[in-house]
Design a protein around this ligand. Structure first.
Ligand code: FAD
Length: 421
């Protein structure tokens, strides 16, 4: 295989963006992608429901700073602003009273204030949260359903560093389709995992099953979990600080279980948010009938999402159907059509939804932003500053790291020219 200036590992949002930035900077590159498609965790499929459904990212968060948003607008795609307030709250099978709904909203504000004023040494988000129905519901929405992890596994410092993601939009055509459109002109070697990166050579040598490519630098966009599992062997070993950082940024989990509901809207309106708060943290959030499609998209987050994934699709679909029946009556069953369950934990080259720092380990993100030996660079959602965990953030991270690599290669070229004189 031909030598290039830069190898990019992964053709998700970060890798595609890095490639486009390197091209603008006039550098040569090769992108290797383990899967047989581009987009990574951005993936729209019409396979399950005959309409676009986002298996991975769906909300265009922080639309005012999200580079995908103006592209969707310019392409004339159907966009819908979605305010993420819980419209319908249930405690198990019981509809919450108006007072309880108001208490949950108040708890939401209270949690924000507690976070703002937090000074203690206990970095677990759970240490901030008082017990009680309303606070639990607010914490569920912000923790497992948003951050993908249970409150006792979320670092307060990490949580605080993440931006408020308003304004949020959906696109009918699909966020994954938008990323695929963005990356369509990037040459990518699909189904080609990088197995090994040698860096005791000049530059780096990236080993795949189809050959080895040498480059001056490599940008690795694989998730921290993929790296912690040593899917890529680094030789020599990476510094302990970097390797520990992979472990300190474990992947949270968000499992989607969409159900087709035909012939009824259950008294709900398109895009309503419905949260069922249950004991034992077996909570479910539903995005109801987006774009007036016959779909109720169930979301389960955190530890319970890993458990449901392990139980399998049939168990997951039954669980969600039963919960809807518990609220709207057994008649619902007659209206349920096609269904599926996402399984990001089982995707070998992703291994979860997105990274959340362990309590006390928020520093891990900064460590991974340091290149190793000025030639191994990391990028992706885990390193996206205040837009961590988002697809737009992943793209901005890929672009920023590509600019860093280009600047560094330009500097080393200048040094070489100076030495020649
Ligand atoms: C269920 C779910 C819901 C989400 N919802 C939202 C949302 O609503 N809005 C939002 O903004 N974000 C959301 N996200 C997060 C968003 O999808 C990710 O933050 C973003 O897509 C990550 O992009 P990335 O490029 O950093 O990583 P990835 O998309 O994971 O790309 C990395 C790529 O590297 C490849 N790879 C890994 N190892 C190797 C190797 N050894 N060799 C070659 N290739 C390799 C992988 O196959 C992958 O394609 C969601 C994620 C999930 C899972």
């Amino acid at each position: 295989m031909e030598d290039v200036d830069v190898v990019i590992v992964g053709a998700g949002s970060a890798g595609l963006a890095a490639a486009k930035s390197l091209r603008t900077a006039g550098l040569t590159f090769k992108v290797f992608e383990a899967m047989n498609r581009i987009g990574g965790r951005a993936w729209t499929s019409t396979e399950h429901f005959g309409v676009p459904f986002d298996i991975g990212c769906a909300w265009l968060h922080a639309a005012d700073r999200n580079p995908y948003f103006p592209e969707a607008e310019a392409a004339g795609w159907t966009l819908h602003h979605h305010d993420m307030n819980v419209d319908h709250l249930y405690y198990r099978k019981r509809k919450a009273s108006e007072e309880e709904e108001a208490a949950m909203k108040a708890a939401d504000t209270e949690i924000s204030e507690l976070l703002e004023n937090h000074t203690g040494t206990d970095d677990r988000l759970s240490s901030l949260l008082a017990k009680g129905h309303a606070t639990r519901a607010a914490a569920t929405f912000a923790g497992p359903m948003d951050f993908g992890a249970d409150e006792d596994e979320i670092s307060i410092a990490d949580f605080k560093a993440a931006a408020d993601l308003e304004p949020n939009y959906f696109t009918y055509e699909g966020f994954g389709a938008l990323v695929a459109r963005f990356g369509a002109d990037v040459p990518v070697e699909l189904s080609t995992p990088v197995r090994k990166i040698l860096w005791d050579v000049p530059g780096v040598a990236c080993v795949t099953d189809r050959g080895t490519v040498r480059a001056k630098a490599v940008i690795v966009t694989a998730s921290p979990a993929v790296l912690a599992f040593e899917e890529i062997e680094f030789s020599p070993l990476l510094p302990d600080s970097h390797f520990s950082a992979f472990f300190d940024l474990p992947m949270g989990m968000l499992t989607k279980i969409p159900l087709e509901i035909r012939g009824t809207r259950l008294g709900l309106s398109p895009f309503d948010d419905l949260l069922i708060e249950r004991i034992a943290r077996h909570d479910i959030y539903f995005l109801c009938f987006p774009f007036d499609l016959d779909l109720m998209v169930g979301f389960i987050g955190g530890d319970f999402a890993w458990e449901v994934s392990a139980a399998g699709e049939a168990a997951g679909v039954d669980f969600v159907t039963d919960r809807l029946c518990g609220i709207f009556g057994n008649d619902v069953r007659k209206h349920v059509g096609r269904a599926m369950m996402t399984n990001w934990g089982g995707e070998r080259f992703v291994r979860g939804a997105y990274a959340a720092a362990r309590p006390g380990k928020a520093e891990a993100r900064r460590i991974l932003m340091e290149p190793v030996a000025e030639r191994i660079f990391f990028a992706g959602e885990a390193l996206a500053g205040s837009l961590i965990q988002t697809c737009g953030g992943a793209r901005l991270s890929g672009e920023a790291v590509a600019r860093q690599v280009a600047a560094q290669l330009a500097d080393s070229r200048c040094e070489a020219v100076q030495l020649a004189f």
